[in-house]
Design a binder for this molecule. Sequence first.
Ligand SMILES: *Cc1c(COP(=O)(O)O)cnc(C)c1O
Length: 365
Amino acid sequence: MSVASRAPAHIRSLSPYQPGKPIAELARETGIPEGDIVKLASNENPFGMSPKAKAAAIAALDEGARYPDGNAFALKAALAEKYGVDMNQIVVGNGSNDVLEIATQTFLAPGDASVFAQYSFAVYPLATLARGGRCVQVAAKDYGHDLDAMATAIDDKVRIVFIANPNNPTGTFLPGAAIEAFLARVPADVLVVLDEAYTEFLPADKRYDSIAWVARFPNLLVSRTLCKAYGLAGLRLGYGVGGAEVIDLMNRVRQPFTASIIAQAAAVAALQDEDFVREVAENNRRGMAQLTAAFAELGLEWIPSLGNFVTVKVGDGAKVNAALLRQGVIVRPIAAYGLPEWLRVSIGLPAENERFIAALRQALK
Ligand SMILES: *Cc1c(COP(=O)(O)O)cnc(C)c1O
């Protein structure tokens, strides 16, 4: 009898998360120099991070032998000010992925269930199953969330509902009013995790103030990240805003030091550089137009997206992906999401988008 064989059945049946292929890995496999590889696979920020965030991160290295502030005072103070909430309504995580994990760890006991949509973020089932929870996956509507069906799926065993808006990997969007109406239908003892990893990319006319809803719905946890639009993916920094009671419990469960001293310093500086984020969002809109124009020209179907990525139907996703990799272009196959004919492409810099389009044209031949 091995140790592994005695691990709980719900752990042994997990499949690991499949991340985007690292540039260095493709370079090792193909001999293509790293500098010639274009990675549009993980919804990273093609501009990197704000120079102010980078300077703060470098300065924080001097303190690298010290433990970070486990309470993330400066960061929470900045966020509390930005959103008009109390610091005790904020939990900081090692990326927002961590916030999702902490929420699940806090509110889901073995045998409890979580509700989420088909084609939504892979971490929802992973986090649920890792706690011995049960997944209630609700059929998608037009590749997005069917909120009516999700509300109907909530029964006594359901403790958490996950909603990603915009959704990943499909980029679909729910108007704020629809989410607000959904919240009013959810029992007060069920946590709603509203995962807004891409909210900074929304155009002005699509924005809504979810954090303001927390006062009315203390069972709402809004999850945000500095890893996407703010460009801190490699430093890892996410946070949740919710009711003080929810956050208090999450703070008991989380690791004592969820965010490194470097990530915290960079985040505080990044939050002060909104011009950078605006520029990132502008580039994203132009890049989205660039890619979708090419898809139209190639006669390819795509799912209209409000994220920093777009999902396109290419036929045999695995084959086209392999042909792209041979040309040094990394995108994201999403067969594991039940979308084997589609590839998800992150919006890059104009030249990176162009490289992808040329490689795609070649791959489809
Ligand atoms: C990328 C992503 C996250 C997690 O990002 P972090 O890097 O952990 O902050 C969370 N939710 C969705 C929907 C995402 O696409």
